[in-house]
Design a protein around this ligand. Structure first.
Ligand SMILES: NC(=O)c1ccc[n+]([C@@H]2O[C@H](COP(=O)([O-])OP(=O)(O)OC[C@H]3O[C@@H](n4cnc5c(N)ncnc54)[C@H](OP(=O)(O)O)[C@@H]3O)[C@@H](O)[C@H]2O)c1
Length: 168
């Protein structure tokens, strides 16, 4: 699981509840401890060049929720043969892996959008059963500029929500 933000912190909880062994890749030292509390079993530093070498051929699935270009060839080497790199996060630039890596590892690369209404209903039932909840920070509408700069600073934990004063 790469990127522990709005999507990523929920994904950690779902994967744990599904019984997966989950590794959280994060660029934030602070988030490592938080990721472990949310269901990750291990953490890795997305900014450390050596981190992926230590987990070569380890994962059955890598989910990316980052909105940045990373070294995807390096992430492919962390997959077991015939496994999958799946994108939820949107990188604006084209992906930068080479086809030879895909062929030699027999990897799949895929992406998916938000689910259908039926899938979302099943997802909410699952979330209720396993007590999966988003962690949010509430701001009044009048604080919108502060809320946006808080988000931009990377300090948001984990969703910033604007609310009517009466709801805070
Ligand atoms: N597929 C879909 O249906 C769908 C639905 C909603 C959103 N999205 C997309 O999913 C992406 C994530 O959305 P979000 O709301 O979760 O965003 P977010 O809260 O900003 O989280 C993105 C995370 O990516 C990591 N990241 C950001 N820049 C990075 C960099 N340069 N290097 C390494 N890691 C970096 C950070 O995690 P760490 O701090 O842990 O490193 C950050 O918390 C966006 O691109 C969004 O458009 C897709």
């Amino acid at each position: 699981m790469i990127g522990i933000g709005g999507l990523g912190h929920i994904a950690l909880q779902f994967l744990n509840a599904w019984g997966c062994r989950v590794t959280a890749f994060t660029s934030s030292e602070d988030k490592k401890k938080e990721a472990l509390a949310m269901g990750a079993h291990d953490t890795l530093d997305t900014r450390s060049p050596g981190a992926l070498k230590a987990v070569a051929s380890r994962f059955d699935l890598i989910l990316s929720t980052v909105n940045a270009q990373l070294d995807w060839n390096a992430y492919l080497t962390a997959l077991r043969s015939k496994s999958r790199l799946h994108f939820l996060g949107v990188t604006l630039d084209p992906l930068n892996f080479n086809v030879f890596s895909l062929i030699s590892g027999q990897y799949s690369v895929s992406g998916s959008p938000v689910g259908s209404p039926a899938t979302i209903t099943a997802m909410l039932d699952f979330a209720a059963r396993h007590r999966i909840e988003p962690i949010v920070e509430l701001f009044e509408f009048a604080q919108v500029n502060h809320a946006v700069s808080h988000l931009a600073s990377g300090k948001a934990r984990y969703r910033v929500v604007l609310a009517q004063p009466g709801l805070l």
